[in-house]
Design a protein around this ligand. Structure first.
Ligand SMILES: NC(=O)c1ccc[n+]([C@@H]2O[C@H](COP(=O)([O-])OP(=O)(O)OC[C@H]3O[C@@H](n4cnc5c(N)ncnc54)[C@H](O)[C@@H]3O)[C@@H](O)[C@H]2O)c1
Length: 252
């Protein structure tokens, strides 16, 4: 089945690289109009048709700042006319150690929670208000396998923040379903992106492969087809659900 996203207006956060960039490319190639958020590097996607390139707008915001985060949604509405789907993909993984000084440990927790959880909450707040006015909308939040099976000792804050995203998404699905709003969690396992580089450096690719059923480590483009399906509205009755994309690590 070919999924046609023509007339779907979508905001994607963290679209400058990694999973967000691969998702944005597939959404554009499926006909969507996309507001692609970035923090430092404007979103540039190679190989788009001229028609697809015209449907791409880049918007900047530091998601560690509440006012910039709230403003991002307003700018997306201004750029696209309205938003049908929001994909909260941006996130960071700050390494910390229980042995480090309290102030440093707490600073990393605050930044992690601000970007990975509070910004998602603020964007969902804006989206819900907008979607209620429009009679519905779709929320897709990228959480993590770490929310379910935990992470390594250096990523306690990361795992905790992603657990919060899961609970937030399920709560939105429960609370606003009658108003036509659906909400999904996507929980990737290890995905080969810049975020994962530090982990690969420390543990090696062999460690990652030993953890999965498939032969190959998941690439950013492996997430995009599922996101495209959820963004189409064809899977709305799966609202509240979590989709594991982890190369079979739970059955390994
Ligand atoms: N790579 C993995 O193994 C993996 C596994 C599970 C979940 N995830 C999740 O998938 C999502 C995308 O991860 P990725 O691997 O593509 O990472 P990445 O580091 O390649 O991309 C992260 C994106 O988030 C943006 N971002 C980070 N901090 C920001 C800030 N303060 N303000 C605005 N934007 C900010 C970055 O600019 C970037 O575009 C994240 O939520 C991540 O937690 C990744």
């Amino acid at each position: 089945m070919n999924i046609d996203l023509t007339n779907k207006h979508i905001l994607v956060t963290g679209a400058s690289r990694g999973i967000g960039k691969a998702i944005t490319a597939q959404l554009l190639n499926s006909g969507a109009t996309v507001a692609a958020h970035y923090n430092n590097t404007p979103v540039a996607i190679a190989g788009l048709t001229p028609a697809a390139a015209k449907r791409l707008t880049s918007l900047r915001a530091n998601l560690a700042e509440v006012s910039e985060t709230a403003n991002l949604f307003k700018e997306a509405v201004a750029a696209l006319g309205h938003v049908d789907v929001i994909i909260n993909n941006a996130g960071l993984a700050l390494k910390s150690e229980v042995e480090e000084p309290l102030a440093e440990f707490a600073r990393k927790w605050q930044t992690t929670m601000a970007v990975n959880l509070q910004a998602v909450g603020v964007l969902c707040k804006q989206a819900v208000l907008h979607f209620i006015n429009r009679g519905g909308g779709i929320i897709i939040n990228i959480s993590s396998r770490a929310a379910f099976r935990g992470d390594t000792a250096e990523y306690l804050a990361y795992a905790a923040s992603k657990g919060g995203v899961v609970a937030l998404t399920r709560s939105l699905a429960r609370a606003y379903g009658k108003q036509g709003i659906v909400a999904f969690n996507i929980a990737p396992g290890f995905v080969k992106t810049d975020m994962a580089d530090e982990f690969i450096e420390e543990y090696g690719e062999g460690f990652i492969k030993d953890d999965i059923a498939l032969a190959e480590v998941t690439q950013p483009q492996d997430l995009a087809p599922l996101v495209t399906l959820l963004a189409s509205g064809l899977a709305n009755h799966a609202t509240g659900g979590t989709f594991d994309v982890n190369a079979g690590s739970y059955v390994h």
